[in-house]
Design a protein around this ligand. Structure first.
Ligand SMILES: Cc1cc2nc3c(=O)[nH]c(=O)nc-3n(C[C@H](O)[C@H](O)[C@H](O)COP(=O)(O)O)c2cc1C
Length: 173
């Protein structure tokens, strides 16, 4: 039982789902039993030895429901290895890697609640037609026009797998 890991995620337009699934797959390939479940479907963490939680970023922070998930389960999460990741578009900018230390601050609301054993940041993707509000769609269309970033899938599967491989040791403690 001591290698059972929950990989849980919160996503609005779908890009984070694949990141969580890739993390779960890599953990499983490395001998852990990993369940990959959306946060809204998770009721109880007690059967898990460790938890990996991730969210899409909106307006420089995790989705509100993801922060709420950590708040709700903070007592249980403090008792087991907990790792956190975020998925964003800043890392998909041509010079996105320069913003890593700034991006790291977007996880401060999570760190305040529970100290993670590891955090990581991943580029996600942009599908403007899936964005819910007209004003946000307009803002992203303009940002693409000005070359801030490109639409499409920017997920770096090697970076995602590398982090998941490293996690195995940290989550087994
Ligand atoms: C309204 C809105 C706000 C966003 N705010 C940010 C942001 O502050 N920083 C950032 O790097 N990416 C931002 N993004 C980009 C998303 O984080 C990115 O598209 C991510 O891959 C979405 O993941 P999801 O499909 O799992 O929801 C924003 C996207 C939208 C639609």
């Amino acid at each position: 039982m001591n290698n059972k890991v929950l990989v849980t995620y919160s996503s609005r337009t779908g890009w984070t789902v694949g990141v969580a699934e890739a993390i779960g797959k890599t953990l499983a390939e490395n001998g852990m039993q990993a369940d990959v479940i959306p946060m809204k479907e998770v009721k109880d963490l007690s059967t898990y030895n460790a938890v990996v939680a991730g969210s899409a970023v909106r307006n420089k922070t995790w989705l509100p429901e993801a922060v709420q998930f950590i708040r709700t389960h903070q007592d249980e999460l403090k008792r087991k290895p907990f790792a956190a990741f975020l998925v964003c578009m800043t890392l998909a900018m041509p010079n996105g890697e320069n913003y890593r230390s700034h991006i790291s601050t977007w996880l401060d609301p999570v760190r305040t609640l529970v100290k993670p054993v590891s955090v990581e940041f991943f580029a996600g993707g942009l599908n403007i037609s899936k964005i819910e509000s007209f004003s946000d769609r307009l803002m992203f269309r303009v940002s693409v026009m000005f070359g801030v970033w490109k639409e499409g899938d920017h997920r770096n599967w090697n970076a995602i797998k590398e982090w998941a491989v490293q996690l195995k040791l940290l989550l087994s403690k």
